[in-house]
Each structure stands twice: as C-alpha cells, then as structure tokens.
Ligand binder design. Structure first.
Ligand SMILES: Nc1ncnc2c1ncn2[C@@H]1O[C@H](COP(=O)(O)OP(=O)(O)OP(=O)(O)O)[C@@H](O)[C@H]1O
Ligand SMILES: [Mg+2]
Length: 369
C-alpha cells in the first residue's frame, strides 16, 4: 500500500477516545491463573502496546477489557465509567482479532456494516462508504474476503471494528501474519488512522520492534503479571528487571560479583578481570550480579589500554548505518557491539583481536537470577 500524500476526506471524528484504566485484574481459566493483579492506564487518544512472550496473558487481558471474559477480581474503567459488569456490546470497544475473523460469506461492505444494524439504511451505507475510504478499500466493497490479500483483509477488519465509533480499539497481533514490508506500511497506516480519529488503542504483539514503532506506552507482561509499563524510551533506558531489559532492545549479559576497595565499587567478571564502576552500584560486596550491556554502549579499539578488555571478533555484519560485531570478551562473555559506520574509520576493517570498554554509567546491573 503506497503511503502517498493523496487528499481524501477524513472521516468525521466520531468521538474522542476515552481513558482506559485497569486495576487489580486477575483471571483464572478453570482454576489455573492466567493473569494476576494486572493494572495499567492508557491515556485518552494514545496507543499502548502489550508486549510479552507467548502464554503470558496478553489475549486474556484484551478479552477482559472487551468484556468477553469476566475477571475473578479487579476492575476495568473506560473514561469515568466502571464497565467491569457491563456486557461487551455496551462497552464501546472495537476488537480486531489475530485472524481478522471476517465473515467469509459476506462482502467487504457487508462485513463493515455488520455492527451498524441499528442505523437506518441510508446512513449505514454512508458510514460504510466513509470507512472504506478511510482504509482505502472503496474499490473492494463488493468482494468477498477470500478474494483479497491478507493486508487488505486486515484493513477490512480494522474498518469493521471502527464502524460503531468505539471509544477504545483492541488489536490482538493484527499484523502477525503479514510480511515485513506490508506490516510496516499497515503499522504506519494504523497510527495515522488512530491519530486522525483520536481513538484510544491497545495493540498486542510479541514483536518489540512493532511495539516500539507504534506505541506511546509499552506494557511488558511476563507470566500473567505486568513487569513494567511506561514510555518506550523509559523502558529501554531504565528497565526495571532483567526480563524487561532483554525484552525491550538487545542486551549482552555478563556474570559478575560486586567487590569494593578504597577506590569504590568494582565488578569482578566471572572470567577474572575487574571493572571499576563509576558510581555506587547499590549491591553489597559479594553479591552475584548480571551486567547488561546494550550494543551502543560497547566501544571498540584496535590496541590495548588500561581499562580495555581483550576481545575476539567473531562476526561483523553491516546493518544500514551500523556495523554489528559479535565479540567474545575476555575469552568468556559473548557481547554484541554496534558501531556507527563513519566514512574513513576502521569500522569495516577491524582486526580480529580488538579491545573493548563499556559505557558503564549507561549499563544496568541486576541481581543474578
Ligand atoms: N480458553 C482457555 N482455557 C484455558 N486456558 C486458557 C484459555 N485461553 C488461554 N489459556 C491459558 O492462559 C494463559 C494465557 O493465555 P493467553 O492466550 O492470554 O496468552 P497470550 O499472551 O495471548 O499468548 P500468545 O502470545 O501465544 O497469543 C496460557 O497459559 C494459556 O494456556
Ligand atoms: Mg494471544
């Protein structure tokens, strides 16, 4: 789908999105807990991404918000209204399921009109036209879902969920089945739609790149609980746990033990070398810890220096403007490094034996698991 600066009539803003608050929500399927004490807020008109590994409770959380599941405990509020005991159809929530779930025997236009049965015929047709324009599928109104590509079906599913002007849109892995290029186009398209309509949206994904590119806020779940929520940069720069650190962005993990001497705190790497730390580390001496190092916090140099550790360069792969190096540091620690490919620099021609330092003020320390 080309994202051209074409002019078209924006649908009239039906209703501004509402704030969503989830507090203390727990749900168990036949006695087996799926989510426990989950709480988060999504400000009106913003997109939140729920991120987490398979089985952590993402879809369960969406079903609770949509009213398809009644939680064992906790509450869901949309705007000022507590909807915990309100049936799904009265919640003003639109949902796009992972497999789009279009009605196969209905045309595109009929699929979009499905939730509009209460509108008079003429108004209904107008609304369907408006939505098809919005998702750029006017020419496809009379087709059946099976006569369309996955990306087009996905846009029909979005149009159908938007039709009744929901205050909240829930999307469960909406782009998972699509190839990379189309996924990026649709992500962009969805953000454009969401902004122009002012709706509040929650998108479930286990693709962290997708989460970071569409969402104003991330909610990282693990084993039925929220590990951390906040702005993407907040989670990237200050992950609250080793899990979040590894789930949002890449990090190499180095095992170490905290030591202190007159000069302050140091980290004794499991391979032997001592890293002097620039600031107090907040762990008592003797604590086993994990040092998490992002690729951009590793600096390479061709010759040794006082604080640099020896490293073997195993693999170097260009990634656009960056060169990614896979290193074995001090003979023991696999570490990934990213360097800017500055013209004329050594980046593309480093020797196999190099030396590294870490931007230790930016690296994170966690208790050893
Ligand atoms: N209908 C059900 N009956 C019983 N257990 C269920 C049901 N649906 C989900 N579960 C269980 O609840 C837990 C959470 O499932 P959920 O579908 O919410 O995970 P998810 O995060 O959406 O995973 P995925 O990324 O694979 O879609 C899992 O352990 C799952 O096996
Ligand atoms: Mg799921």
């Amino acid at each position: 789908m080309a994202i051209a600066a074409e002019t078209y009539r924006e649908a009239q803003v039906p209703r501004l999105g509402q704030r969503l608050s989830v507090a203390g929500v727990s749900h168990a399927y036949a006695g087996a807990a799926a989510i426990e004490d989950v709480g988060f807020e999504v400000p009106a008109g913003t997109i939140a991404a729920i991120l987490g590994p398979s089985g952590c409770g993402k879809s369960t959380m969406l079903r609770v918000i949509a009213g398809l599941l009644r939680p064992n405990a906790g509450s869901v509020r949309i705007g000022e209204r507590d909807v915990t005991d309100i049936p799904a159809r009265e919640r003003s929530v639109g949902m796009v399921f992972q497999n789009y779930a279009l009605f196969p025997h209905l045309t595109v236009a009929e699929n979009v009109a499905y939730g509009l049965s209460r509108l008079p015929r003429a108004e209904r047709r107008e609304r369907v036209d408006e939505l098809l324009r919005l998702v750029r599928l006017t020419a496809f109104a009379d087709r059946l879902p099976r006569q369309m590509s996955g990306g087009q079906q996905q846009r029909v599913a979005v149009a159908r969920a938007l039709a009744p002007s929901p205050a909240i849109m829930l999307l469960d892995e909406p782009f998972a089945a699509l190839d990379r290029g189309l996924r990026a186009d649709l992500q962009f398209e969805f953000v454009r739609l969401q902004r122009s309509l002012g709706i509040t949206a929650i998108i479930v994904t286990h693709d962290q790149d997708e989460a970071q590119s569409v969402a104003d806020r991330l909610i990282v779940m693990n084993k039925g609980r929220v590990e951390q929520s906040g702005r993407p940069a907040e989670l990237y720069d200050s992950p609250a746990s080793l899990f979040v650190n590894g789930f949002v962005g890449h990090a190499s993990l180095l095992d170490a033990v905290v030591e202190t001497d007159a000069g302050g705190a140091g980290l004794r790497l499991s391979s032997g070398p001592l890293l002097p730390m620039p600031a107090p580390v907040g762990f008592v001496p003797g604590s086993p810890v994990v040092l998490a190092v992002r690729p951009e916090h590793v600096m390479l140099q061709p010759s040794p220096s006082a604080d640099a550790l020896p490293a073997k360069r195993l693999l170097s792969v260009p990634q656009g403007p960056l060169m990614m190096h896979d290193l074995l540091v001090a003979g023991a620690h696999p570490v990934r490094a990213a360097e800017n490919r500055v013209p004329g620099s050594l980046t593309d021609n480093l020797p196999e034996d190099v030396f590294v330092t870490f931007a230790l003020d930016r690296c994170r320390l966690f208790p050893a698991p």
